[in-house]
Design a protein around this ligand. Structure first.
Ligand code: 2NL
Length: 346
């Protein structure tokens, strides 16, 4: 085999070998094999002076061409092999991608906390429609026909024909009490229910008012249910909610649907009764309203007011959540700013 044939064969061998190489180590072995000091190409080029003069130029030219070709192939291959080894598909040392996990809205969390105080005492959770009949939102609750809360500036009227005109017009419920009316219509005593939900009143937005807010109301009816039961249940609930040392005060009040009625205060935990900005210098915080169910309410649902007794109560969830978290603006709950919402635990 003459020198030109040998160079041709080397080119073919090298092309095949470079095509299969997969690692930097293999590539280095190929460099030594085809371009090293002891490679056949080096031998051919070194032996040029011994060749017959008429072959020398041609072999020298082809030998150098092959050398350039091999060096170029080697450099190109070095790039692809290195890229493959330095960038594995997955870098297990990188921090993981955080999966966004949601949480309950603070109002939902407080609603759950309130409900959880009642369920161990046998109260069931009931929900009802947000669009109500006037008959359930007002009449059954002994609210007089000429009461100002029935006016358009205190109630949202729904501009649709009532599906049951005998139950009056449609309104967005202004409290959750109509749900308890529906429960009493369908169930005989004894019964114990708590009713969470949205309520609606056309108030202009300000730090303490919203046209939509949340209530938890409740009702217990049995043959003998006294004001002492009312006090016992609510005092226990407020201790569970605000801490075992919570002091409670019942102040006489008026509601058309209960008689007698009371508002319930807790001693301000911020100042322990001495007066501060949280309690408006009063030392007490108004937490809820309550009372013994009015005989006219029992009559409206077909109960005999001489045969049953019951108590009812209602509280605003936003007000309680604002006290828990020391907030001063109700609008924070409804703006859905994640910088606010993300501050509440899961
Ligand atoms: C308050 C006061 C109250 C009730 C709600 C009620 C419901 C029925 C019968 C009698 Cl069906 N009463 N609910 C009673 C007293 C007070 O809520 O300040 N709520 C935020």
């Amino acid at each position: 085999m003459d020198a030109l044939q040998e160079l041709e064969q080397l080119r073919a061998e090298a092309t095949a070998a470079f095509g299969q190489v997969a690692s930097p180590d293999e590539l280095e072995r190929l460099r030594v094999r085809f371009l090293g000091r002891k490679s056949r190409l080096t031998e051919v080029l070194r032996s040029l002076p011994q060749l017959p003069p008429e072959q020398r130029a041609a072999v020298g030219k082809r030998g150098n061409e092959l050398k350039t070709f091999l060096e170029t192939s080697l450099a190109a291959k070095r790039q692809t092999v290195a890229a493959g080894s330095q960038a594995p598909a997955i870098d297990f040392t990188l921090p993981g991608l955080a999966v966004p996990v949601g949480r309950l809205h603070p109002i939902t969390q407080t609603t759950h906390a309130i409900i959880s105080c009642f369920t161990p005492m046998g109260f069931e959770v009931v929900e009802g429609p947000e669009v109500e009949f006037e008959a359930y939102n007002f009449d059954a609750l002994n609210i007089p026909k000429d009461h100002p809360s029935r006016e358009a500036f205190d109630t949202f009227f729904v501009d649709l024909p009532s599906p049951q005109p005998s139950k009056g017009r449609l309104v967005l419920r202004s409290h959750t009490s109509p749900v308890q009316i529906r429960v009493m219509e369908h169930c005989r005593p004894p019964l114990r229910v708590v009713v969470p939900g949205k309520v609606f009143r056309p108030d202009p937005l300000d730090p303490s008012h919203s046209f939509m807010f949340h209530q938890v109301e409740g009702l217990m009816v049995d043959e003998r249910t006294s004001f002492a039961d009312l006090k016992g249940v609510l005092e226990q609930v407020l201790k569970t909610l605000f801490g075992a040392k919570t002091l409670t005060r019942f102040r006489p009040h008026f509601f058309s649907f209960t008689e007698p009625s009371a508002e319930v205060d807790i001693a301000c935990a911020a100042c322990r009764g001495t007066g501060c900005s949280t309690c408006g210098q009063k030392g007490w915080l108004e937490i809820m309203g309550c009372g013994m169910v009015h005989p006219n309410v029992f009559k409206a649902v077909g109960y005999d007011p001489r045969a049953v007794q019951g108590f009812a109560f209602g509280m605003g969830v936003e007000r309680i959540a604002m006290l828990q978290h020391r907030l001063t603006d109700i609008r924070l709950f409804f703006e859905n700013d994640l910088r606010f919402l993300e501050q509440f635990s899961r």
